[in-house]
Design a protein around this ligand. Structure first.
Ligand SMILES: Nc1nc2c(ncn2[C@@H]2O[C@H](COP(=O)(O)OP(=O)(O)OP(=O)(O)O)[C@@H](O)[C@H]2O)c(=O)[nH]1
Length: 342
């Protein structure tokens, strides 16, 4: 992976930290949420640590590392629709080998959320065997910002095995593409007999600004606001991922048979042509920089941008590209390589 691009993102984050003080990263509301979560961890029945399936390692919730509660701790790889399917399976196997419960979920898919609820109810039945007197079970969703905790809480409530009257009082957690929207802990009922409640909590980042590689992945997946790193830096990072991944090679085979979104097809064709005609060394940082510069130029045409100033157009290419990435229309990438148990 191109270390210059990753370093630039790391530098941008550290620059903002220097200018604004460390509180912009680990905000006072995160510190308060972190204390509130720590108080509740021993009280709840299950802690569901939600991670982003695209970055199962980089989206770790640091607080859970300290309180590994084994059978009461479940790693939920959400947004699996955006990740590479076989890598998600490999990651789940990795966690299982580490004796951690892990499951992949797509909060936007009703059938998948129903399966997730069935999985949770099975875990709850196991708990009930251990503690017959428990009438009410509480699960708590924790994780870094923007991994989909609120989306999962709402989805579980919506498919929840609860009465229509209880659904009539449908409460919602705030779901937003911007990180840091959830500001307080809320509770939603998701099942009856026994009653199961799920607590949605605010996203919390690790207290210290972390290493450049992790920062870059958090920024690209939306756990840190885009403005911190800058959209152009993010798009450059994504282009380096695209160029080094085999996904684009599939696009070449589709030429002439494409259906669907004209712009998406145009972008795919442009990226395919730019990478396959590239004569430099993809292992070499400077060569990749050159390739990305060229991709920015040709993507302006692919997006049909008017011939404005270079800076404006670079920004527009970047925002459009990031949007295509975040809606999964340019492929599904798992950015963290699967760790080895060896
Ligand atoms: N594609 C996809 N998008 C998802 C999924 N789950 C959530 N999202 C989107 O991700 C964004 C963040 O979701 P939220 O539920 O607000 O995330 P959160 O973890 O509660 O965020 P904070 O309030 O920052 O802690 C929203 O735009 C959701 O629509 C999923 O499984 N797949």
């Amino acid at each position: 992976m191109n270390s210059v691009i990753i370093e630039n993102i790391g530098k941008a984050v550290k620059e903002v930290a220097r200018n604004r003080g460390s509180e912009w990263w680990y905000t006072p509301h995160m510190a308060a949420a972190s204390r509130a979560i720590a108080e509740r961890i021993p009280l709840v029945d299950l802690v569901l640590e939600v991670r982003d399936a695209r970055i199962p390692f980089s989206s770790e919730f640091e607080q859970m590392r300290k309180v590994r509660t084994s059978s009461r701790h479940i790693i939920v790889l959400n947004k699996m629709d955006m990740a590479n399917r076989s890598k998600t399976k490999e990651w789940i196997r990795f966690f299982e080998e580490q004796k951690c419960n892990a499951i992949g979920v797509n909060a936007h898919n009703k059938e998948n959320v129903k399966e997730f609820l069935t999985f949770l109810q099975a875990r709850v039945r196991e708990l009930k065997k251990m503690n017959q007197s428990a009438h009410t079970i509480t699960l708590m969703l924790v994780g870094i910002p923007n991994v989909g905790k609120s989306a999962l809480a709402n989805a579980l409530h919506q498919v929840g095995r609860i009465s229509a009257a209880e659904k009539g009082k449908l409460k919602h957690s705030i779901v937003s593409p911007q990180p840091g929207e959830t500001k307080s802990i809320s509770s939603l009922k998701i099942a009856s007999h026994p009653n199961i409640y799920v607590l949605d909590t605010p996203g919390v980042l690790p207290p210290e600004v972390i290493d450049d590689g992790v920062c870059s992945k958090l920024a690209l997946t939306g756990a840190i606001k885009d403005i911190v790193v800058g959209e152009i830096n993010l798009a450059r990072y994504f282009l380096s991922i695209l160029s080094l991944n085999d996904e684009y090679k599939k696009w070449g085979k589709l030429f002439g048979t494409e259906i669907g979104d004209f712009i998406v097809n145009n972008v795919r064709r442009t990226v395919f042509e730019a990478v396959s005609s590239f004569t430099g060394n993809l292992e070499n940082g400077e060569d990749i920089e050159q390739l990305i510069e060229n991709q920015f130029k040709v993507l302006k045409k692919a997006f049909h941008l008017p011939l404005d100033s270079e800076e404006t157009n670079d920004y527009r290419v970047a925002t459009k590209l990031i949007n295509l990435y975040r809606t999964g229309r340019l492929g599904h990438y798992t950015l963290d390589p699967v760790l080895s148990n060896a």
